[in-house]
Write a protein that binds this ligand. Structure first.
Ligand SMILES: Nc1ncnc2c1ncn2[C@@H]1O[C@H](COP(=O)(O)OP(=O)(O)OP(=O)(O)O)[C@@H](O)[C@H]1O
Ligand SMILES: [Mg+2]
Length: 250
């Protein structure tokens, strides 16, 4: 039996806009098993980032439960959820947030600095991570001096250095040209092959071929869930950089 590490059960989320309550997420359920590469896709505004924020413990759902590593995460207070993220989750966004006073290698080992790990060990682990993402040459530069693709590789190194149970990525290739996108995706695939569990939002549907599970959202609900090699995904994967139009179902 696969080991389920994350489970969202019947999640609802409303936001208050002016005087109105607007329901953005309307009963989303899915699970992520250890070793999965889950891709969440769907039109802009359908609620993908909101779902990621909810499962990261950043945005409390109006209804429903998120279980991560056997615990219901919203039973913890905000500090408890922040600890959970620090220890068990690596995050990669479209645009990286760097500690501006730190160079590349210092940023990569920053999660370990927060844990109070001795400098020598932190440095050793950061060099290993930089090697894996082929960025040793940039170690002493300022992250923002590097290209977007190089910055994403460093982001991935930083996300992985603390050996988290889950990598969460929101459009990690959204800012990249196609060559850099492919390089980043290859790294994600490589780390997933080595056993890392990934959940990623992307608009680049050609990458659905990397997913063990693809989840199609539209207008706050899941409209389709597909295993790897599902024939229904084929037309999307072959259409390079395919994009679904609003509310289109596969
Ligand atoms: N804090 C908030 N307050 C009010 N509305 C919000 C808030 N966060 C998100 N929304 C709304 O929820 C909807 C879904 O947003 P979300 O960012 O989750 O979409 P998305 O699928 O990630 O889109 P994209 O592909 O463009 O990133 C949008 O209409 C957005 O305006
Ligand atoms: Mg988004």
């Amino acid at each position: 039996m696969p080991n389920t590490i994350l489970e969202l059960s019947n999640i609802f989320k409303s936001f208050t806009l002016g005087t109105q309550q607007v329901e953005i997420i309307k009963g989303v359920s899915f699970s992520v098993n250890e070793g999965d590469f889950v891709i969440l896709f769907g039109p802009s505004g359908c609620g993908k980032s909101t779902v990621l924020n909810i499962l990261l413990g950043l945005e409390e759902p109006t209804k429903g439960e998120v279980r991560f590593l056997g615990k219901s995460i919203y039973e913890h207070d905000e500090d408890g959820r922040a600890q959970m993220r620090k220890q068990q989750v690596g995050m990669v966004y479209q645009q990286s947030n760097w500690v501006k006073s730190l160079n590349v290698i210092e940023n990569v080992y920053f999660p370990l600095t927060l844990r109070g790990m001795p400098l020598e060990l932190r440095e050793k682990m950061a060099w290993e991570m930089l090697e894996m993402v082929d960025m040793k040459q940039g170690a002493y530069q300022t992250p923002t001096e590097l290209s977007s693709g190089q910055q994403q590789r460093i982001s991935l190194a930083r996300a992985l250095i603390s050996d988290p149970a889950l990598i969460v990525a929101d459009e990690p290739t959204g800012n990249l040209d196609s060559k850099a996108s492919v390089e980043i995706m290859n790294l994600f695939k490589e780390f997933n092959k080595k056993g890392k569990t990934v959940i990623m939002v992307t608009h680049d549907l050609e990458y659905l071929s990397a997913a063990t599970k693809s989840i199609n959202m539209a207008d706050g609900v899941v409209i389709g869930e597909y295993k790897a090699n599902d024939a229904r995904l084929k037309p999307l994967i072959v259409s390079k950089r395919g994009k679904l139009s609003v509310n289109q179902k596969l």
